[in-house]
Ligand binder design. Structure first.
Ligand SMILES: Cc1cc2nc3c(=O)[nH]c(=O)nc-3n(C[C@H](O)[C@H](O)[C@H](O)COP(=O)(O)OP(=O)(O)OC[C@H]3O[C@@H](n4cnc5c(N)ncnc54)[C@H](O)[C@@H]3O)c2cc1C
Length: 434
């Protein structure tokens, strides 16, 4: 499609959400410049699970076939489900949720997902080493100026901020009416008291070390009190992705500028998951992680009261970083990207009404993404033995059935539901014509 752009759009941050947005806009004839803070597009060496909501959007923007080159299509193939076990009895499922048909998911390497997106991005519109520190708005023309760390600036009519959980630009959205923020949430982000060890195990290496990997074919979550280990296959089963979570005492406070990640050793990892609570099958697998790393997990909390201000809007983790316990954080950001692209490319959106359009984007996306965020926190509490029905097999079965319902609500979502809601509001408010 070739249309004369009505306004110029810039995207700050070239992660999964920023790139999805760039491609969704591009498909609709609006090419956005992407300003990425690092020297190239990149992702960490870990896995990610995408639900059908995100996969539908990947289809719509033309990336799904590329994704299916390295992951199994859950819409066509019945895949192993999600099994939860006690960490000291990994062969006795507490509950298993099927991955099939209308409510499935796909697991993949993050880097492969990013590469699939990058393949379709126009290099002429990408700018590296452009760490945006602030955005100012011209009072008269309303043109937005992005100020980068290297001393340069760039202008656009609309700026969409997808720069992740540690967004330095989120502060723009925190208005005077925001409830008082805790001292450690200066830019709207709080340490969740959860850290995790992450790493990958090459299945052939594990087999060579005599480890039985047959247990780990779908997603498995192994629960202990205040700790749990999640493993699932990526790269068509050649690699097992592992995340081992530890809940720290709530007295542990980390400032927003504390590093997100640190190197870790196998000894340190095993010390957190001792044989007394974590069965030999799990211990053996943890020992195979080549280079474990330690991560501190932050969330956007308290909830932002808006994702847009003037001609600037947030999406993805910058807006609503959550905990990974529904496997839905990126999916929510991908939904943001799709709605933004649909609204900005709508023929009725102009420089005159774009601020109102972005406000409607915020109004539509906040309730859903913040609900998923809240549920992700609650799902973590349930996995760690703090659920309403207790840490027994029966209690967990009950609470995890609720968690399954939450993840289904996150994963199964009509592609255009938010678009229809937004158009309805825009028409009712007289911003768009009927
Ligand atoms: C342990 C763990 C497991 C998870 N598992 C899942 C899962 O299975 N499924 C799922 O859906 N979600 C999962 N998530 C959440 C998911 O990782 C995030 O929601 C998603 O990566 C957010 O994407 P993003 O594009 O918003 O941000 P990011 O991926 O963080 O990208 C931000 C980009 O902006 C750049 N940047 C930062 N600051 C600036 C700046 N000032 N100027 C310019 N560029 C900048 C960065 O370099 C980066 O490229 C998980 C999270 C964790 C912690």
């Amino acid at each position: 499609m070739n249309v004369t752009p009505k306004f110029s759009v810039a995207i700050i941050g070239g992660g999964v959400c920023g790139l999805t947005l760039a491609l969704a806009l591009q498909k609709r004839g609006l090419k956005a410049h992407i300003y990425e803070g690092t020297s190239k597009f990149g992702e960490i060496g870990a896995g990610i699970v995408l639900g059908l909501n995100a996969l539908d959007i990947m289809s719509e923007i033309g990336v799904y076939d590329e994704i299916c080159k390295f992951t199994v299509d859950p819409r066509k193939t019945k895949l192993p489900g999600f099994t939860t076990v006690f960490a000291n009895a990994p062969r006795e499922p507490i509950i298993t949720v099927n991955n099939e048909g209308g409510k499935g998911w796909a697991s993949m390497m993050r880097m492969q997902l990013l590469d699939a997106l990058v393949k379709f991005v126009d290099p002429a519109y990408t700018h590296f080493n452009k760490r945006c520190l602030s955005i100012t708005s011209d009072a008269e023309t309303k043109v937005q100026t992005m100020h980068f760390k290297d001393g340069t600036t760039a202008e656009a009519d609309v700026v969409l901020v997808a720069n992740g959980v540690k967004s330095a630009l989120r502060g723009m959205m925190i208005t005077d009416t925001q409830p008082e923020l805790p001292a450690d949430a200066i830019k709207g982000v709080s340490y969740s008291s959860l850290m995790n060890f992450r790493g990958l195990v090459r299945r052939e290496n594990a087999l060579a070390m005599g480890v039985d990997t047959s247990l780990w074919s779908g997603i498995t979550s192994c629960l202990g009190r205040d700790k749990h280990v999640v493993m699932y296959p990526v790269k068509m089963g050649q690699i097992i992705n592992i995340a081992a979570y530890v809940r720290e005492p709530s007295s542990v406070k980390l400032p927003p500028n504390h590093p997100t990640t640190e190197p870790a050793t196998t000894e340190e990892l095993l010390a957190h998951f001792p044989e007394s609570d974590f069965a030999p099958e799990i211990q053996d697998l943890l020992k195979c992680i080549e280079k474990p790393t330690k991560w501190y997990m932050n969330i956007v909390y308290p909830h932002l009261e808006t994702y847009s201000k003037g001609r600037v809007a947030l999406l993805g983790d910058a807006a609503h970083a959550m905990l990974p316990f529904l496997g839905a954080g990126a999916g929510q950001g991908i939904e943001d990207a799709y709605l933004l692209a649909e609204l900005l490319s709508n023929p009725q959106t102009t420089t005159k009404n774009v601020e109102e359009v972005l406000q409607v984007y915020s109004d539509v996306r906040r309730p859903r993404s913040q609900l998923v965020l809240d549920r992700s926190v609650q799902a973590g509490r349930i996995s760690h033995g703090h659920g309403p029905s207790g840490f027994t097999k029966e209690g967990l079965r009950e609470d995890l059935t609720t968690v399954d319902h939450w993840s289904e609500e996150a994963y199964v979502y009509p592609l255009n539901k938010n678009v229809d809601q937004a158009l309805d509001i825009l028409k009712k408010e007289g911003i768009f014509a009927y």
